[in-house]
Design a protein around this ligand. Structure first.
Ligand code: ADP
Ligand code: MG
Length: 243
C-alpha cells in the first residue's frame, strides 16, 4: 500500500464571518491534485467565499488553509498558483484575443517565443485557434468565456477555480462547454474546482462533489454517492429537484 499523497488544498476548521453573518462554519475539506471537484449549493451557501479563500481574495477568521501541505492563510494572492474564471468573463476589452491570453505569461516575464507557443496551445484547447487576432467585441458570449478560460490557464496554474462559468450561457452551449471543460481538465491534468448551483451539471461533470448549504458542507462524495445515498433531507431535496 502506498501512503496517501498530501492534498493539494486542505481546509481545517475554517471560519469566516462578514459582520454578524457567519458565512463559513468550520469548513474541513481536502482536494487532491489532478481531479475535477465541484462545490454545489444554492445561492448564498458560501461557495464563492471558499474560492476567494483559495485565491487569496479573502482571509479566514480562524482555521488553516494549506496548499501542498504549507499554510497559506496569509500568502499574497499573486504568489498563489491558482487562477479564477468568473461568470462575467472579465476580459480586457481593449486587447485582442492573443494579448488577453498572453497577459499572465507576460507578467511572469516569459520569453516571447514561449509566450506565443503557450497562447497558441491554450487557444487550441478552447477551440479558438483561428481567433488570435480578433477583438473581444467581435466575439459571442460563449467565445468570450473560452478566451477567459484560455487566459486563466495560460500562466500554468496548478489549480483552476471556476465560479459559475457556464451560468450565463444558453442551454445548448452550456452542455457543450460542460463536456469541453472536462476534456481540458483531463488533458492538462491539473486540478479544477468548479462552482454551480445546478445539480445536474455537478453530477455530469465531477469526480467529487461538495454539497453546501448555509456555510456548511452537508455531504461530500462521488456523484454516485451523493445521488444514491444522500445523507440528509437537504441533500436529498436539492439533488432531487430536477427529477
Ligand atoms: P454563493 O457563492 O454560494 O452564492 P457566497 O459565498 O457569495 O455564496 O456568499 C455567502 C454569504 O455571504 C451570502 O449570504 C452573502 O450575502 C454573504 N457575503 C458574501 N460576500 C459578502 C461581503 N463582502 N460582505 C457581506 N456579506 C457577504
Ligand atoms: Mg457565488
Amino acid at each position: 500500500m502506498t501512503a496517501k499523497e498530501t492534498p493539494i488544498i486542505e481546509f481545517k476548521g475554517v471560519d469566516l464571518s462578514f459582520g454578524d453573518t457567519h458565512v463559513l462554519d468550520h469548513i474541513d475539506l481536502e482536494i487532491d491534485a489532478g481531479k475535477f471537484y465541484t462545490l454545489l449549493g444554492p445561492s448564498g451557501s458560501g461557495k464563492s467565499t471558499i474560492l476567494k479563500l483559495i485565491s487569496g481574495q479573502l482571509t479566514a477568521d480562524s482555521g488553516d488553509i494549506l496548499f501542498e501541505g504549507q499554510r497559506i492563510n496569509n500568502m499574497p494572492a499573486e504568489k498563489r498558483r491558482v487562477n479564477t474564471v468568473f461568470q462575467n468573463y472579465a476580459l480586457f476589452p481593449n486587447m485582442n484575443v492573443f494579448d488577453n491570453v498572453a497577459f499572465g505569461p507576460k507578467l511572469k516575464g516569459w520569453p516571447k517565443a514561449k509566450i506565443k507557443a503557450q497562447v497558441e496551445h491554450m487557444l487550441d484547447l478552447v477551440k479558438l485557434g483561428a481567433y488570435a487576432n480578433r477583438e473581444i467585441s467581435e466575439l459571442s458570449g460563449g467565445q468570450q468565456q473560452r478566451v477567459a478560460i484560455a487566459r486563466a490557464l495560460a500562466n500554468d496554474p496548478e489549480v483552476l477555480l471556476l465560479d459559475e462559468p457556464l451560468s450565463a450561457l444558453d442551454y445548448k452551449l452550456r452542455k457543450a462547454m460542460q463536456h469541453e471543460l472536462r476534456q481540458i481538465q483531463k488533458e492538462l491534468g491539473i486540478t479544477f474546482i468548479f462552482i454551480t448551483h445546478d445539480q445536474e451539471e455537478a453530477l455530469a461533470m465531477s469526480d467529487w462533489i461538495f454539497v453546501m448549504n448555509d456555510g456548511v458542507i452537508q455531504q461530500n462524495g462521488t456523484p454516485e454517492d451523493i445521488y444514491d445515498e444522500p445523507i440528509n433531507h437537504f441533500v436529498a431535496d436539492f439533488i432531487g429537484e430536477s427529477n
